[in-house]
Write a protein of this length. Structure first.
Length: 272
């Protein structure tokens, strides 16, 4: 009986040729988390278990970890940002955790986790600014999948950056630097989407500051010419309209925003 190259095989008989893309990504994910450092393994366990109800207990465990090298501290910052960009629902909790453990440092250096987080966020943001304009209609199927993944990671990074600002980790001047850099290239609609994602988080904080009203008005005035452009993608236009409506509605979203809930809140919701 003739056989095909891409025939189905049990997992124990598969090689790299028969491994699906989803399994390849999962194997890479597992290999990346084979952490040799015991402290990093314990910290990863905390990230896996953290919930609103167990936040204080798990955050206190992090303070007891022995951090001996700057590399270990940098790996902790990388783990937090990687989790935040893959789990946007928990961005607020990860930002609270960063605020709680931002003072942690190595005795041999003056660098703390807060400064490494800001440095790492800067690196990822600068890498984001190098992305070319996205024209999804001209991409092949495999490139479309990578494109969607890149967009989601970027939007989640902006959400996490907004939560870091609300947690007093990112300074106000630094936030304006990010927002102005995104608006500096209005022809790249991908950056405009990133701007809307960050503004949806920090807008209510900026609007509450009297000293920031003029700068906030300048941001929204810069969005007006983009809406009137006939070449704008519909998805970008609707995101701009959503952020304009959000400010008019005193930053109260039309749809209920999903946030992590405690078990007691879930039980009350289920009993209704």
């Amino acid at each position: 009986i003739p056989t095909t190259e891409k025939r189905w095989l049990p997992k124990h008989q598969r090689n790299d040729v028969h491994t699906t893309p989803k399994e390849v990504e999962r194997n890479k994910y597992l290999s990346d988390y084979q952490l040799p450092n015991v402290t990093l393994q314990k910290f990863l366990a905390v990230l896996n278990k953290i919930t609103p109800e167990r936040f204080d207990i798990l955050a206190s465990q992090v303070d007891q970890h022995e951090i001996n090298t700057k590399e270990c501290l940098r790996e902790m910052a990388d783990l937090i940002i990687e989790r935040a960009t893959s789990e946007p629902l928990y961005c607020s909790i990860y930002a609270r955790l960063c605020s709680r453990m931002g003072h942690i440092s190595v005795s041999t250096t003056t660098v703390d986790l807060k400064s490494l987080l800001i440095e790492r966020f800067h690196e990822m943001f600068n890498k984001l600014l190098k992305f070319p304009p996205i024209q999804s209609s001209r991409l092949m199927r495999s490139e479309k999948w990578h494109n969607v993944k890149t967009r989601k990671t970027a939007f989640n990074l902006m959400t996490f950056g907004g939560e870091l600002f609300k947690a007093k980790i990112i300074r106000l001047s630094m936030l304006h630097e990010f927002l102005m850099a995104l608006l500096a290239k209005p022809d790249n609609y991908f950056f405009i989407e990133c701007f809307c994602a960050m503004m949806a988080i920090v807008g209510i904080e900026l609007d509450s500051l009297t000293s920031e009203q003029q700068q906030l008005n300048a941001y929204f005035e810069a969005l007006q010419p983009i809406i009137t452009n006939n070449a704008i993608l519909p998805i970008v236009k609707f995101k701009i309209l959503d952020i304009l409506d959000l400010r008019k509605n005193n930053w109260i979203p039309r749809r209920k925003v999903l946030v992590p809930k405690k078990f007691s809140e879930l039980r009350r919701t289920n009993l209704r």
